[in-house]
Design a protein around this ligand. Structure first.
Ligand code: PLP
Length: 374
C-alpha cells in the first residue's frame, strides 16, 4: 500500500534528535529551526520530558476518560498559574483543529447563533476535516459553508463591526499572531477594539493560540502583549512537546453542562504527563524569556538587504518575507547548511524553533543564512 500523497516532503529521514538538533539515517546533523511545525517547545527528547512519559507509560499508560484523572486537575491548576487565567476552566482534547472546533461549538451553544467571523489569511486547522476556518483556497472546506464563516481584514475594526451588527454571529476567531498565513501580528488597538466590540455585541471572542502560544513570543499567550482577555483560548502544538495534546481555556461566563463536549483520547495520562513536564521545563529553564531574547537577537542580526521585504513576528515566531520565492534559499539551507526552516506561502521563511534555541545556535543560522543569500 502507498501513502496518500498529500505532503511535499524533503528527502531526509530523521532518526535521532536532542535539543534543537536532529540527526538523519546517514549520521548528518541538522539544526532544527522549525520544531516539527512548532510542536517542539522545550527541545527534542528533553530528559525531564522523556522521564515523565516513560514513568507514566510504565505506571498506567494511556488510560483516558470516565474516571477522575488527577493529572488533568494538576494540569488545569498549573496552566492557570502560569497563564494568569486561573479563574478559567480547562477542557483537554488532542489537536489545534479540535480545540478550535470545541471553542466554536461552545460559542454556538452559548449564543444560540452559528455564524463565525474570521480573518483573511487565518488558519485554524484542517486535521479533523470538520473545522477548516481558513480562506486559503487550497484548503477551504465544506465547514465554511455549513457554519457560515465570514472573513474580514485583519486590523479592520469597522469591517468586523459591520458584520457583528447583523446580530447572527456566535464568535470571532483570531490568531494571537497569524502563523500559516504569513506571520501577521494584529495591532494592539485593534485587539482592544475587538474585545470591546465582542463584549458590546454579545459575541464570543476566541483567541487561537495554537501556534503563537505556550511561551513562544515571550508571554504565555501572544495576545497577552495586547492586554485583553478573550472568552476562549485555544491551544495545541507545543503543549506536550510533540505528544498529541490540545485544549481550551474557557471563561467563567460559560456554564458546563454534562455531555456538552467530549473526547476519547483528550487529556489521557501520557498527554498530561508530557504537558506537565513541558510546564516544569519552561519554568526551570526560563524558556519564555529565552524565546523573546533569542528571537529579538535574530531579528536584529538578520542581514539588511533589498531582497528582504520585511521581518515580522515576536520571540521565536518569526517570518522573513522576500519579494521572490524562498524555495531555493530553503533548499540550500537544508541540503548545504543542514538547517530546517519552514515557509508561509511562497515568499516567506518561517522560523518556529524550540524555545530553548541558544544564541550560538542562532549565530549558526545567521552565518548560514548570509552565505546562502550570497
Ligand atoms: N490553529 C493554528 C493557528 C494553527 O497554526 C494550526 C496548525 O498549524 C491549527 C490551528 C491546527 O492544529 P492541528 O494541526 O494540530 O489540528
Amino acid at each position: 500500500m502507498n501513502l496518500f500523497d498529500v505532503y511535499s516532503l524533503f528527502d531526509v529521514v530523521p532518526v535521532r534528535a536532542q535539543g534543537c538538533r536532529v540527526w538523519d539515517d546517514k549520521g548528518q546533523e541538522y539544526l532544527d529551526l522549525y520544531g516539527g511545525h512548532a510542536v517542539i517547545s522545550v527541545g527534542h527528547t528533553h530528559p525531564v520530558y522523556v522521564a515523565a512519559l516513560k514513568e507514566q507509560l510504565d505506571r498506567i499508560g494511556f488510560y483516558s476518560n470516565s474516571v477522575r484523572n488527577p493529572l488533568q486537575e494538576q494540569l488545569a491548576r498549573r496552566i492557570g498559574e502560569v497563564s494568569g487565567y486561573g479563574d478559567y476552566s480547562l477542557f483537554l482534547d488532542n489537536s489545534g483543529a479540535e480545540s478550535n472546533e470545541n471553542a466554536l461549538k461552545l460559542a454556538s451553544f452559548h449564543t444560540g447563533k452559528d455564524r463565525v467571523v474570521a480573518f483573511h489569511r487565518s488558519f485554524h486547522g484542517r486535521t479533523s476535516g470538520a473545522v477548516a476556518v481558513t480562506d486559503n483556497p487550497r484548503i477551504v472546506s465544506a465547514f465554511n459553508a455549513v457554519h457560515r464563516v465570514t472573513f474580514c481584514d485583519l486590523d479592520d475594526l469597522a469591517g468586523v463591526e459591520k458584520e457583528l451588527a447583523k446580530g447572527d454571529v456566535a464568535a470571532v476567531i483570531i490568531e494571537g499572531i497569524q502563523g500559516c498565513g504569513g506571520i501577521h501580528v494584529p495591532g494592539i488597538a485593534f485587539m482592544q477594539g475587538l474585545r470591546e466590540l465582542c463584549t458590546r455585541c454579545g459575541v464570543v471572542l476566541v483567541l487561537d493560540e495554537v501556534q503563537s502560544g505556550y511561551g513562544r513570543t515571550g508571554r504565555f499567550f501572544a495576545h497577552q502583549w495586547t492586554g485583553i482577555r478573550p472568552d476562549i483560548i485555544t491551544m495545541g502544538k507545543g503543549i506536550a512537546n510533540g505528544f498529541p495534546c490540545g485544549g481550551i481555556l474557557i471563561s467563567p461566563m460559560f456554564t458546563a453542562v454534562k455531555g456538552m463536549l467530549g473526547t476519547t483520547f483528550g487529556g489521557n495520562y501520557l498527554a498530561c504527563a508530557g504537558a506537565l513536564a513541558v510546564l516544569d521545563i519552561i519554568k526551570q529553564e526560563g524558556l519564555m524569556a529565552n524565546a523573546l531574547a533569542v528571537g529579538d537577537y535574530i531579528k536584529e542580526a538578520l542581514p539588511v538587504t533589498p531582497r528582504i521585504r520585511e521581518v515580522r513576528g515576536k520571540g521565536l515566531m518569526l517570518g522573513i518575507e522576500f519579494d521572490e520565492s524562498v524555495a531555493p534559499l530553503r533548499q540550500s539551507l537544508l541540503y548545504d547548511k543542514h538547517i530546517f526552516t519552514g515557509v508561509a506561502g511562497q515568499n516567506m521563511i518561517r522560523l518556529l524553533a524550540p524555545l530553548c534555541l541558544t544564541k550560538a545556535e542562532a549565530d549558526r543560522f545567521l552565518t548560514a543564512f548570509k552565505e546562502v543569500l550570497g
